[in-house]
Design a protein around this ligand. Structure first.
Ligand code: ADP
Ligand code: MG
Length: 735
């Protein structure tokens, strides 16, 4: 046998099995031996125990170990050919499963009977199905654990992420061969580091992760790989933070008699303690001569915008400009309206009647006419505009600032790091950056996804916020309750209030991208086709205005409307000349209509938990109690229904963001558009591995302070450079 290395193609271990090799290459994306060795099992089944399948789910792909109760073959005729059917009854911890194997020849059926004798143990993989009150495994494949194949198994059977027609034992075999033959697997940890962090060597860890004898070997192997991933990532982030710190920035201390002081003096309310505290922190950071990079988290309505505006005014007082980047046109316009309103004559700089210390606020969005845009751009480049509010249009090359001192990004979730970078590049010296998000982010997620930012949380809501009551309307069991929903809407409107109706789609025609954060992936990340047409804005609006809501003033709002039309509709709703707004999630963030008290979410199960939470934050803003109705066809006990119940049961955003993260695939949490780190996380789970992440962050800081270039650990330095490169190229591709 020739020696193989991590760079060898996987053909080296698949031998003559070209079909399986192709499945591994094309279905799983495994090209090299290194890829194969890092294709870790998804879970493990204990061969010595019966599988726990207490509550199987129909359609679920199961791998179970059971004891054969009985095994019988019988002939049958299919078409005009005689075949054999072997039926095996398996005892598990939970219900019995019956498995049927088909054989074209009698002697194959005989072999099955010999292999799966009563009392033997066997492992089967297949799809759970219910038939005549019993459970079956469909399209099952398996083998006896006491047989020839079983003998080579360790006591914990690895179950791999699979592709069709490639079985877990196929992978197990080739990985075992690869582990026997491979040489030269690099270890990011030097012996000193392994000792310091109490970690296995890479080869030992690979052997134990693919074939552990017991749970403690598995634990030790997992600990090593999780720590490795966490450490590499935290090193990347720590280097970014160090690079930020090394950059110079212009300090913007403000001045005591400027526009900020004037603004504070006329603020119609007291700042909350949180706003004051974070405000002081930001004030100090803006005054320093290296850039602030701060993430400000706070529920919808917690008063983030006021904090951001005060920071912008401080920069204006120091002779600089501040840009506020909003994710949509509607939001940019709303920010313009509300900021202009808050500033009053302080926003009328250079105009007759403007206050002496006033500045000027301009808007720049993609839908503005050429002339208006030119005018804004001129005010931006001359420095006449102290505050610039805009969308992506602000990122265009043609937009130049006189002296950009602060960038505020509203709703980080819609903006990638690279876009932040594009705007900060516009300033000669790096500007200060304040990122605002209404999605509560658990601490370790913030450490991972926003690890290059310092974070602050605005925990309390300003006084006078009314609670929001949320109810699930379960149409699966109670189809007629929908009538009550529309009746409730009419009652609200009769009281003089306004109502949002939110749908996951714009129209029923095919091929359209929904605007929701839809969760239609199954356990293996495959797309599941929806069984029912989803509620669509256009159709729902037509039906409601012809039926249950006839006579009410209503309109539609969605991303496909012309920007002027969207703006007109939003203005009309804000002004109270519309009773009902039927829309997609374009209203998700920031839109602020105090008189809107009720939100009806149709097909609510199509939205993510955090998204639902954000959406309902649109109501109950004006001191009037809010009502949110989550209308869904999801069945009792389904994960979708559980999600809705979770949203209905609490208004604690942090709690919900945990639920959300637990239900999503990690890749979505660390979406490439947010961090560029998606591909570098294989074993790490940001919630489960909190301790590991915290430990890795401390370790990264310590390692870099001892050895900034990681010269003592060259393999580790290579791994860090690799992630830096792939994160950077991820940004490039998207640009
Ligand atoms: P966010 O941006 O976090 O969603 P905003 O800053 O838009 O929240 O604030 C929501 C509403 O609450 C606005 O109408 C704002 O004027 C008001 N507000 C902000 N801070 C306070 C406060 N300390 N006391 C009372 N009302 C406040
Ligand atoms: Mg806001």
């Amino acid at each position: 046998m020739v020696a193989i290395t991590p760079d060898s193609p996987i053909a080296a271990v698949f031998g003559s099995s070209h079909k399986k090799r192709k499945l591994a290459e094309e279905g799983l994306g495994l090209a090299t031996i290194g890829d194969l060795l890092r294709h870790f099992p998804r879970r493990y089944v204990a061969a010595t125990e019966l599988s726990e399948v207490a509550t199987p789910v129909v359609g679920e792909q199961l791998t179970i170990v059971g004891e054969v109760r009985s095994c019988d073959s019988a002939p049958f005729t299919a078409g005009n050919r005689r075949q054999w059917r072997t039926t095996i009854r398996l005892r598990t911890d939970g219900p019995d499963f019956s498995v049927t194997l088909f054989s074209p020849y009698k002697n194959l059926a005989d072999r099955h009977e010999a292999e799966f004798g009563a009392g033997s143990r066997a492992l089967f993989t297949g799809k759970a199905k219910q038939f005549r009150g019993g459970w079956q495994l469909e399209q099952a494949h398996g083998f006896a654990l006491d047989g020839e194949e079983g003998a080579m198994l360790s006591k914990l059977i690895p179950v791999y992420p699979l592709t069709a027609k490639l079985y877990t034992w196929d992978l197990q075999k080739v990985i075992a061969t690869a582990l026997d033959l491979v040489t030269g697997v690099p270890d990011v940890f030097t012996p000193e580091l392994r000792e310091r962090f109490e970690l296995l060597t890479v080869m030992q860890a690979l052997r134990w992760i693919h074939g552990p004898d017991d749970w403690s070997q598995l634990g030790a192997a997992q600990k090593r790989f999780r720590f490795e991933e966490a450490l590499v990532l935290q090193l990347v982030l720590a280097r970014r933070r160090a690079a930020h710190r090394a950059q110079g920035a212009r300090g913007r201390p403000g001045r005591p008699d400027g526009v900020l002081a004037a603004f504070d003096a006329r603020l119609p309310f007291e700042l909350t303690a949180g706003q004051r505290e974070i405000g002081d922190l930001v004030t100090a950071e803006l005054a320093r001569d290296h850039p602030m990079n701060r993430l400000l988290q706070g529920e919808v309505g917690s008063g983030k915008t006021v904090v951001a505006l005060r920071a912008m005014l401080q920069v204006v007082d120091s002779g600089g400009q501040a840009a506020l980047l909003a994710p949509t046109e509607v939001l940019a316009q709303q920010h313009l309206r509300s900021i202009s309103a808050m500033l009053g004559d302080l926003a009328q700089g250079g105009m007759l009647g403007g206050a002496a210390e006033a500045t000027s606020v301009v808007l720049l969005t993609g839908s503005m006419g050429r002339a208006a845009r030119q005018e804004s751009m001129l005010k931006i480049v001359t420095g006449e505009a102290g505050i610039v509010i805009g969308t992506h249009a602000l990122l265009q090359d043609a937009v130049e600032f006189a002296d950009l001192g602060l960038v505020v990004v509203d709703e980080q979730h819609r903006f990638g790091v690279e876009q932040r970078a594009a705007l900060t590049d516009k300033a000669g010296t790096p500007p200060h950056v304040l990122v605002m998000t209404a999605t509560p982010i658990p601490r370790t997620v913030a450490m991972t996804v926003f690890g290059d930012l310092e974070t602050s949380v605005l925990a309390e809501l300003p006084a006078g916020r009314a609670p929001i009551q949320t109810n699930v309307v379960p149409l699966a069991e109670q189809p007629t309750w929908i009538e009550r929903v529309w009746q409730r809407v009419r009652e609200e409107v009769e009281k003089g209030h306004q109502v949002y109706v939110v749908c996951p789609r714009i129209s029923g025609d095919s091929g359209e991208e929904g605007e929701s954060d839809q969760l239609d992936l199954d356990e293996d990340g495959k797309e599941v086709a929806p069984r029912r047409a989803l509620a669509a804005v256009e159709e729902v609006h037509a039906e409601l205005s012809a039926g249950p809501l006839a006579g009410l003033r209503s309109a539609v709002l969605h991303g496909r409307l012309a920007p002027e039309e969207k703006d007109r509709t939003m203005r009309a709703f804000a002004a109270g000349t519309l009773d009902v707004l039927v829309s997609t999630t374009v209203i998700e963030v920031g839109v602020d209509v105090h008189n809107a008290t009720t939100m009806v979410l149709l097909d609510a199960d199509r939205f993510g938990v955090s998204q639902l939470h954000q959406l309902r934050g649109r109501v109950g803003r004006g001191g009037l109690p809010g009502l949110c109705l989550l209308v869904s066809h999801a069945e009792l006990g389904s994960p979708a229904r559980d999600r809705l119940n979770a949203v209905a049961s609490t208004t604690d955003g942090f709690e919900l963001s945990r639920v959300d993260l637990e239900q999503r695939r990690e890749g979505d949490v660390l979406g490439a558009n947010q961090s560029g780190f998606r591909s570098s996380l294989v074993s790490l789970r940001v919630l489960r591995d909190e301790k590991t992440i915290v430990r890795a962050r401390e370790a990264a800081e310590a390692l870099l302070s001892e050895d900034p270039a990681l010269a003592q650990a060259p393999e580790l330095a290579t791994a860090v450079a690799e992630v830096e490169r792939s994160a950077a190229s991820g940004f490039m591709e998207k640009g």
